[in-house]
Design a protein around this ligand. Structure first.
Ligand code: ZN
Length: 203
């Protein structure tokens, strides 16, 4: 998205171009990632801009999903774009989920190596049910109820968890948690190598 606007505070008009609003992604250890989020209504301030900024931020970091707490907002909202997975069942799965609620999960648990933009350079197998039914509102605040499986369900489960204050590392065994403890604290201190901007914990 390209914005053009004019600033006449200094010697006439000066054109300023802002291509994208890429926000820093909140790093592991920040309290906002642990909050249970609140539902929002259409009056929520700057919602359209927030969502656009989330898309820009997610694509800039090569993510397939991003939840509002990851940009520092404790609201029940996440975005998903699973097109990189080339899942035939959901070829163009690009969605905004507002006020989502997972109604049911079923099917065989399957393992997938998950990662998270808030927890860079750590990938671990997480087991989750294969299918789910979710209700949510779109950007016009119309309600939808849909069923998903495969990678679409997986990304929804991961992002939905963010809105409950849950992170994928929470599912790891005590031993695994112990093994990544130093890496996690390194991320919180800004020691992770990432090619996108992060916001370190200010708790
Ligand atoms: Zn995540």
């Amino acid at each position: 998205m390209l914005f053009l606007f004019f600033n006449h505070t200094w010697k006439g008009f000066e054109r300023i171009e802002i291509n994208k609003m890429i926000l820093p992604i909140v790093a592991y250890g920040d309290a906002v990632l642990r909050k249970e989020t609140e539902n929002i209504n259409p009056d929520y301030p700057n919602l359209k801009d927030i969502i656009q900024n989330m898309w820009d931020t997610m694509y800039n970091a090569n993510g397939v999903g991003l939840a509002a707490p990851q940009i520092g907002k404790a609201i029940n909202l996440f975005i998903v774009d699973t097109t990189p997975f080339e899942d035939k069942n959901y070829p163009d799965f690009v969605r905004v989920f507002i006020n989502p609620e997972i109604l049911e999960e079923w099917g065989d648990e399957w393992e997938f190596e998950e990662g998270c933009l808030s927890i860079p350079n750590i990938r671990e197998n997480v087991s989750r049910p294969s299918n789910l039914r979710i209700k949510y509102q779109d950007e016009e605040f119309n309600w939808h109820e849909e069923e998903y499986d495969g990678m679409a369900a997986r990304v929804i489960q991961h992002e939905y968890d963010h809105c409950q204050g849950v992170l994928f590392v929470d599912y790891l065994s005590g031993l695994k948690k112990q093994l990544i403890k130093n890496k996690l604290s390194n991320i919180s201190k800004g020691g992770a190598r990432v090619d996108y901007k992060m916001r370190l914990p200010r708790n």
